[in-house]
Design a protein around this ligand. Structure first.
Ligand SMILES: NC(=O)C1=CN([C@@H]2O[C@H](COP(=O)(O)OP(=O)(O)OC[C@H]3O[C@@H](n4cnc5c(N)ncnc54)[C@H](OP(=O)(O)O)[C@@H]3O)[C@@H](O)[C@H]2O)C=CC1
Ligand SMILES: O=C(O)CCC(=O)C(=O)O
Length: 425
């Protein structure tokens, strides 16, 4: 089974379908490289369990609205399913399925004993009050309760969710169980069994991936960051602390640019007050689409899928792209970037710091044994470097891109688990 990805008119395809097409294309390539048989390819292309739920939410004015929620467990051959929960108006079953599939390969690539999952609720969290969000989260958790648990499926934060959301998930699950179950979710507040270092973990991983890929001093390296949320803002901070010059950042509402470098702490403070980067007085406004085409050394897409496509890839000038986001580059764009000699550190490697520290949090919860920040950082760094080394070695050995190598390793390990368990016909 080779999954072909035809070039399609954007109007005819949803972003979620585009993401799933990309994920299936990458799987098809990896399966081809690994010589997997058709049965196993089909198993790996198909989610193990997909749950769609209707989530009623009572608004403050008494109105009742119903939104759709999803939890997809793509694969559980290597352990419990693991992956974040996204609250975003554009999310749908296709998108969540793609994100769950990427989680499967990511966990296998970095060698943690999990399968892959993702959840989503098609809602704009910014349009709800805190009480509405809490009611929505608890109701969604009640709907997916039968399939989650510390040994079954462990959610975590993603776009539009945070520590508070994870606390509500932990509480809802625990109230149903009749006792506290911290290991049901990661990315929790410290007071509920969260791990030191989880908040910045994805960005720390992006930093490690960037420094490794650069292979030279980061001093003066010019970086543009798309997305200024949990991943993008902290990646900008860590990269600036390492000596890089952050020349532009964007969010859903706009982008700002300063050739001499942005004051990341000042911009974060502005964003916390103003609700977005737009209007920041110490930089120039720019079209967010232009950020992706800036003349910089490094581009960090840290927003949503499908940011770099066949349309803008020919104009991307960064020589290095480090994918903080999941699925920001389409397969068609990947081909263009490979031809122009642009190095892409793929999502399942570059943003794996988050799930690595989620795993460390879960291990601490299961043993009721907290680790120091230094211990967590040491383990994260070692696991990121090992995974990067394996991917880079395979890529140079076989003349593959880093993405092709990362997928070959991740998919190969999951295939190996299926064979060992004897689960496939
Ligand atoms: N959180 C985690 O631990 C992990 C996250 N990831 C991935 O990283 C990415 C970002 O997640 P996270 O930081 O957690 O999410 P957040 O919700 O914290 O932040 C998302 C950011 O992206 C911005 N954004 C949305 N649409 C656009 C757009 N079209 N152009 C520019 N910016 C945009 C948002 O802007 P605004 O605020 O204006 O809406 C916001 O700044 C996602 O792909 C996620 O799957 C990967 C691994 C782990
Ligand atoms: O921390 C986790 O468990 C998952 C984070 C996530 O959703 C991701 O890596 O995309």
């Amino acid at each position: 089974m080779t999954v072909m990805v035809p070039s399609r008119t954007p109007a005819l395809i949803t972003p979620g379908r585009q993401a799933l097409d990309s994920a299936l294309h990458q799987l098809g390539q990896a399966a081809e490289h690994l010589g997997l048989d058709d049965g196993l390819r089909t198993i790996l292309a198909t989610p193990r369990r997909s749950l769609t739920v209707s989530v009623p939410v009572r608004r403050e004015d008494g109105r009742m609205e119903v939104v759709q929620g999803f939890r997809v467990q793509h694969n559980v051959s290597r352990g419990p399913a693991k992956g974040g929960i996204r609250f975003h108006p554009g999310t749908d079953l296709d998108e969540v399925t793609a994100l769950a599939m990427w989680m499967t390969w990511k966990c296998a690539l970095v060698g943690i004993p999990y399968g892959g999952a993702k959840g989503g609720v098609a809602v704009d969290p910014a349009a709800l009050t805190t009480r509405e969000l809490e009611r929505l989260t608890r109701r969604y958790v009640n709907e997916i309760l039968p399939i989650i648990g510390p040994e079954k499926d462990i959610p975590a934060p993603d776009v539009g969710t945070d520590e508070q959301t994870m606390a509500w998930i932990m509480d809802t699950y625990s109230v149903n169980a009749g006792y506290s179950v911290p290991g049901v979710v990661t990315g929790k507040p410290m007071t509920l069994g969260g791990s030191l270092g989880r908040t910045g973990a994805t960005a720390r991983g992006v930093l490690i991936a960037t420094l490794t890929a650069l292979g030279r001093s980061p001093e003066g390296v010019r970086v543009a960051v798309q997305g200024f949320g949990k991943v993008g803002a902290q990646a900008a901070r860590y990269l600036a602390e390492a000596g890089c010059v952050i020349v532009a950042v964007s969010d859903a509402g706009g982008a700002v640019h300063r050739a001499a470098g942005l004051d990341v702490a000042g911009l974060r403070a502005w964003t916390a007050e103003a609700g977005g980067v737009s209007g920041y007085p110490h930089a120039d406004a720019m079209d967010p689409a232009d950020l992706l085409e800036l003349d910089v050394d490094v581009l960090v897409p840290a927003a949503l899928e499908g940011a770099i496509t066949e349309d803008n890839a020919p104009r991307v000038r960064a020589r290095l792209i480090v994918e903080g986001a999941n699925g920001p580059t389409t397969p068609q764009a990947d081909e263009i970037l490979a031809a122009t000699g642009t190095t892409v550190v793929p999502d399942i490697l570059a943003n794996a710091g988050g799930v690595i520290v989620s795993y460390l949090e879960w291990v601490q919860n299961m043993q009721a044994l907290p680790w120091s920040a230094a211990e967590v950082e040491r383990k994260l760094t070692a696991m990121m470097r090992e995974a990067y080394g394996e991917v880079a070695a395979l890529a140079s050995d076989r003349g593959r891109t880093l993405r092709q190598a990362a997928h070959a390793i991740g998919v190969g390990r999951v295939a190996e688990a299926h064979r060992a368990r004897g689960l496939y016909p």
